[in-house]
Ligand binder design. Sequence first.
Ligand SMILES: [Zn+2]
Length: 140
Amino acid sequence: MKTCIKCSEIKEYYLFVKDRNTCKVCKNEYRKEHYKNNYEKLEAYRKEWDKNNSEKVNEYRKKYRKNNSEELKAKSKEHYKNNPEKVKARGKKYRENNPEKIAKHYLIAKGFIKEQITTELIECQLLITKTNILWKTSHN
Ligand SMILES: [Zn+2]
């Protein structure tokens, strides 16, 4: 038996952190408190890390996608097969919420480079998309 220097409770040895005079409960409390107190610092650190490493991370993701494209494709196909409504709904929602991103995507597919894509061009593309949708729905 041992006395914890934090909570002053007498407990079995195994309830103590190895070679320490604080029990595991107190140690956990301390850790939680420490995390809470340092949350902002940790969060700022994480953001800074992301900022400094975003290129690396993007590069890594790109490579990962490239190296696993077949597997990822199969996975998403499988996912679509199992959840067609869910996937469709998500795609629809995404398109509704990000019309400009989609327009940009179309423009890039058409051969525009990022630097050429202006707000005006995006607006034109949005109109084209809208026209296409209207055409499709009226010819179905
Ligand atoms: Zn304790």
